[in-house]
Write a protein that binds this ligand. Structure first.
Ligand SMILES: Nc1nc2c(ncn2[C@@H]2O[C@H](COP(=O)(O)OP(=O)(O)OP(=O)(O)O)[C@@H](O)[C@H]2O)c(=O)[nH]1
Ligand SMILES: [Mg+2]
Length: 394
C-alpha cells in the first residue's frame, strides 16, 4: 500500500516542485533541465565541489562539507561524500524546506551525488514531501568500485524516495555511434535524462485536458529503480502524430519499441499545440497499445501549450524487475509504428556490435583522498572533479 502526503489528497493547489541537482553530474543535468524547461523552475545545486557550484545556474547553490572536502569534491569516495553532507545538514534542510515534490538528480557512483541524494530523499520524506529521484548508474569502463558505490546508493534511495527513475549510462549509450566522442556520448545521455525529467515535470503540472494525478504518476514510477522505460519524439506537419511516436519508440531505453512489451505501467504524455486533434491522440494510443504487453497499464496525459509548438509524444514507465538491465546484443529492430495502417516503417541503419572491455586502471597515491582508491586512465584521474566537465563536456 502506498501512502501519500496529506497535501496530495486534501488540496487542489498545485504542489510546489523543486529540482535538486547533487554532485557534478546531478548539477550539470539539473542546469540542462532548467535551461530547456518551458516554465521557470525552482532549482537547487548541492555539491562538495565549489568549482562545479560556481558554474551552476541554479537559483540556490549549497556548498556542502567545506571542512571535510575543502570545496574540492569527495574524490569519488562515498564515505567522504556522506560526511560532507552530514556536516552541512542544516544547509541541506534549508534547501529542501517548503517544497512538496523534490526531483532529485544525481549520477551514482561518485562520492557526493549518491550518498547525498539518498540523505536528501530521507530528509524530504520525513518532512512530508514527496521525493522522486532521477539517477544514472556509471559506465562499465568506470570500474567496479564506482559500480558498487552506485548500487549501494540506489538501494538506499529506493528505501526513501517515493519513486526512483533509474537509467544506466551504458544502456543509454549503447545505441550511439560506436566511435562517437566521449563528450557526445555524455551529452546524449544528458539529453535523454533531461527529456525524461521535463516529461515528468509537465505531467505533474497537468493543465491539459487529460491530467494524470500525482498518486498515479508516483505509482507508475514507484519501482522503476528496477527498470525504467523512456522515449520521446516530436514532429510537425500532416503525419506528426505517427512521426513523433516513431521517434519516441526509437529511444535506446525502449529498445526500438520492444521493451514496451515488458512494461507494467506506462504513461503516454502527448504535448504541443492546442490544435492536437482527438483522432491524433487516439491514434497514438492505439499504436502504443499494439506494442505493449497484455498486462501493461497504459495512462494518457495531454498537455497543450503554444500554438506553434511541435506535437510531442513521451513514453515513460517501468518494467518488471531486471528487464532494463539486459543489455541488448544487437541493434534494435524498429517495428512498423505508423498510425496509418500498412505503412512500412523506415529501416534503421544497423549498428556494428561493439564489445566494451573494462579498462586497465592503475592505482596511485591519492594525497588527502587517502581513503579513496583513484581511478586512473591514460594518466588522468577520473575522480578529479572537474575532469569530466572540462575535458569531456566542452
Ligand atoms: N550522464 C552523465 N553522467 C555523468 C556526467 N558526469 C559524471 N557522470 C556520471 O556520474 C557519476 C558520478 O560522477 P560525479 O557526479 O562527477 O560525482 P560526484 O557525485 O560529484 O562525486 P565526487 O566527484 O566524488 O564528489 C560518474 O561515475 C559518471 O557515471 C555527466 O555529465 N553526464
Ligand atoms: Mg564531483
Amino acid at each position: 500500500m502506498i501512502s501519500y502526503p496529506r497535501w496530495l489528497e486534501d488540496t487542489a493547489d498545485t504542489p510546489r516542485l523543486r529540482l535538486i541537482g547533487i554532485g557534478n553530474a546531478g548539477v550539470h543535468i539539473a542546469d540542462r533541465i532548467a535551461a530547456q524547461a518551458s516554465s521557470e523552475l525552482e532549482t537547487v545545486a548541492i555539491n562538495s565541489d565549489q568549482h562545479s557550484l560556481n558554474t551552476s545556474s541554479a537559483g540556490t547553490r549549497v556548498a556542502i562539507g567545506p571542512l571535510t572536502t575543502h570545496g574540492l569534491g569527495a574524490g569519488g569516495d562515498a564515505e567522504t561524500g556522506l560526511e560532507a553532507a552530514k556536516e552541512s545538514l542544516k544547509e541541506i534542510l534549508g534547501a529542501i524546506e517548503g517544497a512538496d515534490i523534490l526531483l532529485i538528480c544525481a549520477g551514482l557512483g561518485g562520492g557526493t551525488g549518491g550518498p547525498t541524494a539518498a540523505l536528501v530523499a530521507k530528509l524530504a520524506k520525513e518532512r512530508g514531501a514527496l521525493p522522486v529521484a532521477v539517477v544514472t548508474s556509471p559506465f562499465r569502463f568506470e570500474g567496479r568500485r564506482r559500480s558498487a558505490q552506485a548500487s549501494e546508493a540506489l538501494d538506499e534511495l529506493k528505501k526513501h524516495a517515493d519513486a526512483v527513475v533509474h537509467f544506466e549510462n551504458d544502456r543509454m549509450a549503447d545505441f550511439s555511434e560506436p566511435m562517437l566522442e566521449a563528450a557526445k556520448t555524455f551529452a546524449a545521455c544528458d539529453e535523454l535524462l533531461a527529456a525524461a525529467i521535463i516529461t515528468l515535470i509537465s505531467a505533474t503540472k497537468g493543465g491539459g485536458p487529460l491530467p494524470v494525478s500525482l498518486p498515479d504518476l508516483i505509482s507508475i514510477l514507484r519501482h522503476s529503480g528496477d527498470g525504467c522505460l523512456f522515449g520521446s519524439g516530436s514532429a510537425e506537419g500532416g503525419e506528426r502524430a505517427a512521426a513523433a511516436l516513431e521517434e519516441a519508440l526509437r529511444s535506446p531505453l525502449l529498445d526500438g519499441g520492444r521493451l514496451l512489451k515488458e512494461g507494467t505501467e506506462i504513461l503516454v504524455n502527448i504535448g504541443g499545440p492546442s490544435n492536437i486533434a482527438f483522432v491524433e491522440a487516439a491514434s497514438i494510443m492505439q499504436s502504443v497499445s499494439r506494442h505493449v504487453g497484455e498486462k501493461t497499464n497504459l495512462h494518457l496525459t495531454l498537455a497543450t501549450t503554444q500554438d506553434d509548438a511541435p506535437l510531442t509524444v513521451a513514453l515513460i514507465g517501468r518494467t518488471g524487475a531486471g528487464v532494463a538491465r539486459q543489455v541488448p546484443q544487437s541493434a534494435p529492430a524498429v517495428e512498423p509504428l505508423s498510425v496509418v495502417p500498412d505503412q512500412p516503417a523506415k529501416p534503421k541503419p544497423s549498428t556494428p556490435k561493439v564489445h566494451q572491455e573494462d579498462l586497465p586502471l592503475e592505482p596511485v597515491s591519492k594525497g588527502r583522498f587517502i581513503k579513496s582508491e583513484p581511478t586512473m586512465f591514460e594518466g588522468e584521474d577520473l575522480d578529479v572533479p572537474t575532469f569530466i566537465r572540462r575535458k569531456l563536456l566542452r
